[in-house]
Design a protein around this ligand. Structure first.
Ligand SMILES: Nc1ncnc2c1ncn2[C@@H]1O[C@H](COP(=O)(O)OP(=O)(O)OP(=O)(O)O)[C@@H](O)[C@H]1O
Ligand SMILES: Nc1ncnc2c1ncn2[C@@H]1O[C@H](COP(=O)(O)OP(=O)(O)OP(=O)(O)O)[C@@H](O)[C@H]1O
Ligand SMILES: [Mg+2]
Ligand SMILES: [Mg+2]
Lengths: 267, 267
């Protein structure tokens, strides 16, 4: 069965798009069929793969509006990787969908209709907000991966995000669970970084999380170090593996891909 | 007259909150009366000043809802600095305000009602989106400052932001102009950084911008270098000047404060 993973953190600039692009490419390199879904009106994920989705081509907006299917909107990137691109009109989707019938399940329903595609993973890139679009992603997802940059308010933001995830699990999607937190742009030298990381690891290690959607979650062992090659590769339209396979960025995202497979394959 | 400045960039994590906090503190150190307005549901600006705005205290949500005035909601930080804090309920403001009478002018009207306060500057921290809240900020502002991190899609994001600013100027706020772009987390070593910076400087230097709201805009000479002290000071509830006055961060934001004053004072 297809595993749908939403990559979410309402804090801006923490590595969501970089993680969807490179974890997606990492899973595809292991011969797994992967579909990326760009839910951000900035369309950064789409643009990283040189998809200046012009407004005439079908996009994720049309999928959520119910006008086209995922297989119509998806663009093939290589043998095992495809993407449903976003366009700027995603900026008004909140207003356009609010009040419509079943607005929360638009993405879930379109993914159910796409079950016939040879896919093992769907990765969803979310905008930096906890609005209608993110709710759609959480209602459609099996798992959540949370990129996190050690920031003094990381724990506070995480607590709010987990609350939203619990609400979606209780009211919209009973199977939703948190797979884990991936530390991004990680720099070992700062004391601030070490303190935040200790807090986050402790939070997930504690038994107190029993009935929550994050009871089985961990902080991934694979950490994504700050590495300028990760900031450069998008401008070449390449994943880190094709841009610089010997970089720290490629090593870190390859390790994360293996760890995600290990956690999900054994169920 | 009070100058209202909106600090905006829909790209996440580029230094908006850090700029509002430290430019605000820098202007206040020059004995100018400054009010900070936190429009972000993450409340990061409020939390940086240890304002865990509890849901009972008046917040910016109540101001936009028309229930309280700015002077009621504002909390004094020091002799020349106050803040209108945000709470988590700002996450639903888009839905709550949509369709209400005059929703675009809620902030503008509350600032007009606050004209009697001894203020010279109002700085507005915006969420990473171009939605209803950002439109409110642009409808209320005289000037816009755009923090920008050299990123391969910085120019593309900037173009979208400038289009939104033009639309607001044409339909909601005829006096809106762009003061400038401030380069944040600037690291001189990367080629990517240099190329993006050249593109952005060239864009604003060109005469082609004649009738636009950004015709008079420039890239500020003062550049904010990447400096870990800027990421640390918020966890101590201090501005960079009180946390580490000898740091690069303090020097850079002091220079930016002087440059902003120079640009605005001579009108
Ligand atoms: N490990 C890393 N090392 C260095 N730079 C990185 C790393 N990860 C991401 N970046 C850079 O940091 C910036 C933010 O990353 P990214 O755009 O992936 O974050 P995001 O969470 O998707 O942002 P948004 O909230 O705007 O959607 C980008 O310029 C990206 O290239
Ligand atoms: N010049 C700098 N040097 C080092 N770190 C910085 C600098 N400016 C900001 N930071 C850090 O980078 C992160 C992002 O900055 P900040 O939160 O100000 O961005 P933002 O644009 O307000 O983000 P959001 O889009 O989530 O509102 C924070 O952890 C902040 O402490
Ligand atoms: Mg992104
Ligand atoms: Mg911010």
């Amino acid at each position: 069965a297809v595993k749908t993973i939403a990559v979410i953190n309402q804090k801006g600039g923490v590595g969501k798009t970089t993680t969807v692009a490179n974890l997606g490419a990492g899973l595809a390199r292991q011969q797994r069929g992967v579909c990326l879904v760009d839910l951000d009106s900035q369309s950064h994920l789409s643009l990283q793969f040189n998809l200046e989705a012009d407004d005439d081509a079908p996009s994720v907006y049309d999928v959520l509006a119910g006008d086209v299917t995922i297989s119509t909107a998806a663009e093939r990137l290589d043998a095992h990787l495809c993407i449903v691109p976003a366009t700027a009109d995603m900026a008004s989707i909140d207003m356009d969908l609010a009040g419509q019938n079943n607005w929360q399940y638009r993405l879930r329903d379109s993914l159910i209709a796409a079950r016939h595609l040879p896919l093992e993973f769907v990765l969803i890139d979310c905008p930096p907000a906890l609005g209608l679009v993110t709710v759609n992603a959480l209602a459609a997802a099996d798992e959540v991966i949370i990129p996190l940059q050690p920031h003094f308010l990381a724990m506070q933001g995480l607590a709010r995000l987990l609350e939203t995830i619990r609400e979606v699990r209780d009211h919209l999607n009973p199977r939703l669970t948190v797979l884990g937190v991936v530390l991004c742009m990680y720099e070992t030298v700062t004391r601030l970084g070490r303190d935040v990381v200790d807090d986050v690891r402790e939070f997930f290690a504690s038994d107190a999380n029993g009935e929550t959607p994050w009871a089985g979650a961990t902080v991934f062992d694979s950490v994504i170090r700050r590495n300028i090659r990760l900031a450069e590769c998008p401008s070449h339209g390449l994943s880190i593996f094709d841009y610089d396979a010997r970089s720290n960025g490629a090593a870190d995202y390859a390790a994360l891909s293996r760890e995600v497979l290990q956690r999900l394959d054994t169920g």
